[in-house]
Design a protein around this ligand. Structure first.
Ligand code: S3P
Length: 170
């Protein structure tokens, strides 16, 4: 693996997959900064993701999400937790591929995702089971394009980070 590829690690997956929790631990263990894309967006707008969706709508959110990603990829080396919809947008996918970073899909069963998201009321796209499962199924083909897949079911964030480290990529 050449050094250039070791600079950016992208964590991909549906809402509730554990991208932020795993990313924090992974970055700490790798000794590189952790960047949560949603947090960058919220800081830039001075508003929560929910407020941005409610006040400006999803198309505006997708624009600023892309702009935030453009900035964040300059910060290598780092571990980046993407939002659940980031990897699904073609412009983001193209940018991510162009950086030649490592893409890792945290694959979690939909029932577990649903349970986790039910406990925290901060996700504008989390509404009812029908829309949740439809969005999940629509996004699976995109997540499958990630270079690596970690099956996270039943594992703690520490165990998942450990499994990623043991992929021997870094
Ligand atoms: C979204 C997921 C959220 C956030 C926004 C949109 C999505 O991030 O970016 O609410 O489209 O699935 P998480 O995956 O961190 O919840």
């Amino acid at each position: 693996m050449n050094n250039h590829r070791q600079k950016l690690i992208y964590l991909i997956g549906f809402m509730g997959a554990g991208k932020s929790s795993v990313g924090t631990i992974l970055a700490q263990q790798m000794g590189v900064p952790f960047v949560d894309l949603d947090t960058v967006i919220e800081a830039g707008q001075g508003a929560t993701i929910r407020q941005i969706f409610e006040q400006a709508g999803e198309p505006f959110f997708r624009q600023i999400e892309h702009a935030a990603l453009v900035e964040v990829v300059r910060k290598s080396p780092c571990v980046i937790a993407l939002g659940g919809g980031t990897f699904v947008q073609k412009a983001n996918l193209d940018l991510i591929m162009a950086t030649r970073g490592i893409t890792i899909w945290l694959d979690c069963p939909i029932e577990e995702l649903w349970q986790r998201c039910s406990k925290i009321d901060n996700r504008p796209l989390f509404r009812d089971w029908e829309s949740f499962s439809a969005l999940y199924n629509q996004r699976l083909p995109y997540y499958r394009q990630a270079e690596f897949r970690i099956v996270t079911s039943g594992q703690s964030p520490e165990e998942i980070a450990c499994e990623i480290l043991h992929l021997g990529l870094f």
